[in-house]
Design a protein around this ligand. Structure first.
Ligand SMILES: Cc1cc2nc3c(=O)[nH]c(=O)nc-3n(C[C@H](O)[C@H](O)[C@H](O)COP(=O)(O)OP(=O)(O)OC[C@H]3O[C@@H](n4cnc5c(N)ncnc54)[C@H](O)[C@@H]3O)c2cc1C
Length: 290
């Protein structure tokens, strides 16, 4: 059977430059569809070949292993998936929209709700998948509804209650986020802007934002903070190859020039084992490893 979309699928596309770690291998098959019809064709292609589909957002919560990655990687980076439209205090955003720009632009326009996401990189799709956020709130707090597409190409709308947002998780059930409607609040510009700037400053002062990383490597365990456990285990600065535990924030692994994904994974597993030995707590990985 001929597959209409096959020419759109590129072979051996390097992924390092598409992730915040700036390392890792390449996708055997890669597609950045121009619209939903092309996305459906790509999903159909993957099903016909019986290969897994992975969705790449901004690559800010992701470690791609070294070597060649099988299956199909889909990126919703084309304009059709990056629309932003305002309707009063609601904003409809495509999955490919840059989260840092969105949170800043809304906050500077006096639309409150996203200032808690100041300085969090990635896309709206990735943020919804991971329920990105921090001590000041998460994206799920502002979601009204989400449009998803499943691997068979069927589109469904889910309201916030059906998304079951919880700490760094949502109920996507293998679906892909296409767009979301966020319900914000109109508040005095100066107040929202100040909160945004305070949150941004807090983040800048406590995390190695200029380094290559994927943000926090581990989820916080119940009743504790992963970074504190790592710090107490004396692991800040621990390195393997060109990857190391950040001296600024124990829950960040940073990749120096020349680091490989294997270096990062070695540091990650060493940290997990050491914290388990010293504290009895088994840290759960927050980042996605492909
Ligand atoms: C310096 C730095 C600071 C960070 N600080 C924070 C923080 O404070 N709080 C926080 O929560 N995170 C933080 N992160 C992690 C990251 O920014 C978030 O998890 C972000 O939401 C990831 O979005 P992304 O688009 O980059 O997703 P990616 O890294 O590309 O993908 C992450 C996961 O989401 C899935 N995904 C991506 N797009 C879609 C889609 N359209 N549909 C379905 N699934 C999708 C991917 O398949 C993958 O499983 C930080 C990262 C860095 C590098």
């Amino acid at each position: 059977m001929s597959i209409a979309c096959e020419p759109l699928i590129q072979s051996d596309v390097a992924l390092a430059g598409r992730t915040w770690f700036r390392l890792g291998g390449s996708a055997q098959n890669f597609c950045a569809p121009n619209d939903v019809a092309e996305l459906r064709n790509a999903l159909h292609w993957a099903r016909s070949k019986n290969v897994p589909v992975r969705v790449l957002g901004g690559g800010a919560n992701l470690l791609v292993r070294d070597g060649s990655l099988g299956g199909l990687v889909i990126s919703l980076s084309q304009p059709a998936f990056c629309g932003v439209s305002f309707d009063g205090d609601r904003v409809k955003v495509g999955a490919g929209v840059d989260l840092m720009h969105l949170s800043r632009d809304c906050s500077y326009d006096g639309l409150a709700g996203l200032e808690c996401l100041a300085g969090i990189p990635g896309t709206v799709g990735g943020a919804i998948a991971m329920n990105a956020g921090g001590r000041f709130g998460s994206i799920g707090d502002s979601v009204e509804r989400v449009r998803l597409i499943d691997r068979a190409g069927v589109i469904v709308d889910r309201d916030v209650s059906q998304m079951c947002f919880a700490y760094r998780q949502s109920a996507l059930e293998d679906r892909i986020v296409l767009e979301a409607v966020l319900k914000l609040r109109q508040e005095p510009v100066d107040e929202v802007k100040r909160r945004y700037q305070d949150n941004w400053r807090f983040k800048k002062d406590s995390q190695p934002l200029a380094a290559h990383s994927a943000g926090c490597i581990f989820k916080n365990p119940e009743g504790d903070v992963a970074g504190r456990l790592i710090d107490r285990a004396g692991l800040k600065g621990f390195s393997r190859g060109r990857a190391r535990v950040s001296e600024i924030h124990g829950n960040f692994i940073v990749a120096d020039e020349g680091a490989t994904a294997s270096d990062v994974l070695e540091v990650l597993e060493y940290v997990r084992e050491t914290v388990l030995k010293k504290t009895g707590v088994r840290l759960e990985t927050e980042i996605d490893v492909w």
